[in-house]
Design a protein around this ligand. Structure first.
Ligand SMILES: [Fe+2]
Length: 303
C-alpha cells in the first residue's frame, strides 16, 4: 500500500512544489510506530526544487555557522580511521561550485535553522507521521542535512544518531545499509561509545558485505535508514545532492539515552543491560539522560 498524505484542499495543478502536494511516497507497512527494523525504499517529489540549486546551497553555506559545515575528501576507503582524514584546501563556497571536479563530499548540518529548509523538513516529517498514523508531535528533535558530493565520492561506513529519510535530489548513489540490530556488524560497546560522543565511523573487517543491503538511488528515490544502522555511501559518476530529513521517536530517543548511560556504567566496571531488555531500567536511564541534556542545553556554548 502506498501512503500519501491527503491534501486539506484540492491541489493546485500537478506542481510537486505546491505547498499542498505530497512530497514522500512509501509503504507504511514497513514503518510501524515511527520506526522500522530494516531500511526500506521511498520515492519523493523534491527534484528540481529551487532550494537544491547549487548557488542556493552556496548561499545557505554562508548563512550557517562554520561549525555546521563539514567537508571531506571523497577518496576515502569504505573502512576509514577518522584520525587519518586529509584536509580539503578549498573554501566551502569553492567546494560547492567546483564539486564536479574537486573530489570531495560535504554536509551542511542543521539546515532547518534556515526557515525555508525548516519548513520543508517539517512537511516531510509531518507526512511521515501521517503515513505511520502518529501524532506529528511524536516525531521529535527534527533536523535536516544536505549532502553535496563529487562523482565517485565515498562516505565510509558510519553510524548516524537519528532516523533518516535520505532523499536523492541529483545524481546517483548506492547506499549499503546493515540492519540496526545486527551485532555481527557492530557490538554493544561500540554503540555505547558512539552515543557518548565517539566518532561516527565504524571500523570493521572488510568481510562484511554479506551483512549489508544495497540500495541504488537516482533522482526521486530515497531510503529510510533506521537508527542505529551502520551504512556507507558510494556516489555514482555525477555530482550528487541529497536531502536528509531526520527525527527521533520516543523509542530511538530512549535507545540513545540508554547507550549514553550504559557507557558511563561500563566505565565504572558494571555490565549494563542493552536497550530493550529491561523496560523500567530503560525509562529511568532515559529520564536521567534527558535531564542532563536539558541542563547542558542551558549552559553557554563552548568556545
Ligand atoms: Fe549517514
Amino acid at each position: 500500500m502506498t501512503h500519501r498524505r491527503e491534501p486539506a484542499e484540492a491541489p493546485s495543478g500537478d506542481d510537486p512544489h505546491s505547498p499542498i502536494a505530497p512530497l514522500l511516497h512509501f509503504d507504511g507497512g514497513e514503518f510501524d510506530g515511527g520506526s522500522a527494523q530494516a531500511a526500506f525504499r521511498v520515492t519523493h517529489a523534491l527534484c528540481g526544487h529551487p532550494l537544491f540549486e547549487l548557488e542556493r546551497l552556496v548561499r545557505l553555506s554562508k548563512e550557517l555557522s562554520p561549525r555546521l559545515v563539514e567537508y571531506n575528501p571523497g577518496s576515502l576507503p569504505v573502512i576509514h580511521d577518522p584520525s587519518t582524514t586529509p584536509a580539503n584546501s578549498l573554501s566551502v563556497a569553492e567546494t560547492i561550485r567546483r564539486i564536479e571536479t574537486c573530489g570531495s563530499w560535504m554536509v551542511l548540518k542543521h539546515v532547518e535553522r534556515s526557515p525555508e529548509y525548516g519548513a520543508l523538513l517539517d512537511r516531510c516529517v509531518d507526512e511521515v507521521a501521517a503515513a505511520a498514523g502518529l501524532d506529528p508531535a511524536k516525531l521529535i528533535r527534527r533536523a535536516a542535512f544536505l549532502f553535496v558530493s563529487s562523482p565517485g565520492a565515498i562516505t565510509p561506513l558510519h553510524l548516524d544518531p537519528e532516523n533518516n529519510f535520505l532523499l536523492q535530489i541529483r545524481g546517483e548513489k548506492a547506499m549499503h545499509i546493515a540492519r540496526p540490530g545486527n551485532r555481527a556488524v557492530i557490538g554493544e560497546r561500540a554503540l555505547e561509545r558512539f552515543f557518548s560522543g565517539g566518532h561516527r565511523n565504524v571500523l570493521l573487517d572488510e568481510d562484511l558485505h554479506d551483512h549489508l543491503s544495497r540500495f541504488e538511488l537516482g533522482p526521486g528515490d530515497g531510503v529510510f535508514v533506521p537508527m542505529p544502522a551502520p551504512h556507507y555511501v558510494h556516489n555514482g559518476d555525477n555530482v550528487s545532492i541529497s536531502f536528509s530529513a531526520t527525527f527521533h521517536t520516543l523509542e530511538t530517543d530512549t535507545t540513545q539515552g540508554v547507550y549514553w548511560i550504559n557507557d558511563k556504567l561500563r566505565r565504572l566496571g558494571m555490565r549494563p543491560a542493552p536497550p530493550g531488555v529491561q523496560a523500567s531500567a530503560d525509562r529511568r536511564k532515559h529520564a536521567i539522560y534527558k535531564s542532563l541534556r536539558a541542563i547542558k542545553r542551558r549552559l553557554p556554548p563552548r568556545r
